[in-house]
Design a protein around this ligand. Structure first.
Ligand code: CS2
Length: 465
């Protein structure tokens, strides 16, 4: 089978959009850690659009920390890949050319450090998932996990070289679903530097910035069926790196860069002074409802998000979480309408053309639940309110921890499974998880009314208002 690559680009059907800039003439301006499907459908897609408008020198070097999988998919294709936007109305294809190459840090560590240290690099961005930040239960850096194969190490070594060479600092851009992602990154990076390269701390603070971002696009894992359908649409060219996504995308970025940046605002990104209202709404409403649909949907026997949200009980529960539990905890930005946002999210979840697996969202619950559910619970508790939808979702998560949906994929899986096993009553399990020495203690303390709701939700009493 012939692969999509620079040499075969001309063979594509004429109607498929492709880069209109000279790819060979671009400098690499961005080094990105965690070049999975999300980055390819989101930040690289925006960057490619900016380059299509004539903004130059923002090619991306992608880095995978361990797995050579993406490098093997992308490097033989010269970094080219297809973004397929799918909805009930059809599929739109675009070939993205922003990625220059992919490095595997475990195989070529020096090349990764050199990429961060290169004079043309201005941005080091990250989609390493929530667990990739290697936080301990107090939110500080877990030094054992942040070892020599973490983005902390490679970024630090690159920054050290920049400092010694008298080069400017960089912008470290977290594009992960964490509350205050920029501030958190700054805090954790500061802790890493203080321990490993203390002489760099002042330089880092004076020369680098960590803006916060809100990133949004639903990107299910690509399947073999997706690859086969895309190969057919590409006139028979195989694309091992293609990604499938929804037509919607949003990127809100705190405009606090250490140096130059792509003109992302020219292609739809919002550059703002405060990301908080957008980020909070997205995490508590979209991601909060996503996790609810994942655990409650799996418990009800569904496989995909669009199936779960078509189930009237689950749709009511997700709507309740968004409109009545999360939205009242958020101070909207001017013009931000949270009711309309909730309605639009239900429509996006119902996209019949996206096979978004609930089990994909159910992964890493311990890393996701604090910013998706616990902050909403804590805010409501201050007002004397309980959150029946989230409490129902918590019972479904505990059910998941008991292994009812297959092996639990979570960095704390063993600890969580032991707690669930030792506490067959959901109210007891909730106390063990969220209070005292529990792995998720600190943000929310279940009240007696919450514990009653948990027990009721578990015995099947309808709690969705
Ligand atoms: C999902 C997110 O897998 C998950 O946990 O909730 O990846 C979600 O699809 C994105 O944040 C949407 O922007």
């Amino acid at each position: 089978m012939t692969r999509l690559c620079p040499e075969t680009l001309a063979n594509l059907p004429a109607e498929i959009a492709r880069p209109i800039y000279d790819r060979d003439a671009q400098d690499v301006g961005i080094v990105h850690f965690g070049i999975g499907a999300f980055h390819r459908a989101h930040q690289a897609w925006y960057t490619d659009a900016a380059m299509n408008l004539g903004d130059t020198d923002w090619a991306i070097t992608g880095v995978s920390l361990r797995s050579p999988g993406v490098a093997r998919q992308m490097n033989p294709q010269g970094g080219l890949y297809t973004v397929a936007e799918q909805s009930g109305e059809g599929t739109a294809l675009r070939i993205v050319g922003a990625v220059r190459n992919v490095l595997v840090a475990s195989e070529e560590p020096d090349a990764v450090i050199a990429a961060v240290a290169a004079p043309a690099t201005h941005i080091v961005s990250l989609t390493v998932t929530e667990k990739g930040y290697c936080r301990n239960e107090a939110g500080d850096l877990d030094f054992e996990r942040a070892h020599s194969l973490s983005f902390y190490y490679f970024t630090t070594q690159g920054l050290l070289r920049r400092h010694k060479a008298g080069l400017p600092g960089v912008t470290l851009l977290s594009c992960d679903n964490l509350a205050d992602n920029g501030k958190r990154l700054e805090h954790l990076m500061g802790q890493y530097l203080a321990r490993h390269e203390p002489e760099l701390v002042d330089w880092f603070e004076a020369n680098c910035t960590c803006p916060s971002t809100m990133i949004d696009r639903i990107v299910p894992a690509t399947t073999d069926e997706d690859r086969a359908a895309i190969a057919q649409a590409l006139g028979g060219l195989t694309d091992e790196a293609c990604v499938v996504t929804e037509p919607f995308s949003q990127w809100v970025i705190e405009d606090r860069f250490a140096g130059p940046r792509p003109k992302w605002e020219a292609v739809g990104a919002q550059l703002v002074t405060d990301v908080t209202p957008y980020e909070t709404a997205k995490l508590r409403m979209l991601n909060g409802a996503h996790s609810l649909l994942a655990y409650c949907g799996l418990k009800a026997g569904h496989t995909y998000v669009h199936e779960a949200v078509s189930d009237p009980d689950l749709r009511a529960l997700a709507t309740r979480l968004m409109r009545h539990e999360a939205a009242p905890t958020i101070t909207p930005a001017p013009g931000q309408n949270l009711t309309a946002y909730a309605d639009a999210l239900i429509t996006r979840f119902a996209n019949p053309s996206l096979n978004h697996r609930l089990i994909q969202i159910a992964m890493d619950g311990s890393q996701k639940i604090p910013q998706r559910w616990l902050e909403t619970l804590a805010h409501n508790a201050q007002q004397g309110q309980t959150c029946p939808a989230i409490l129902t979702a918590i019972t479904a998560w505990i059910h998941h921890l008991n292994g009812h949906n297959g092996p639990v994929d979570d960095p704390l899986a063993d600890k969580l499974a032991a707690i669930a096993r030792q506490n067959p009553e959901p109210a007891d399990a909730a106390l063990a998880l969220f209070t005292g020495q529990g792995p998720l203690a600190g943000t929310w303390h279940p009240s007696p009314a919450d514990l009653k709701t948990l027990t009721a939700a578990c015995t099947g009493v309808q709690t969705a208002a």
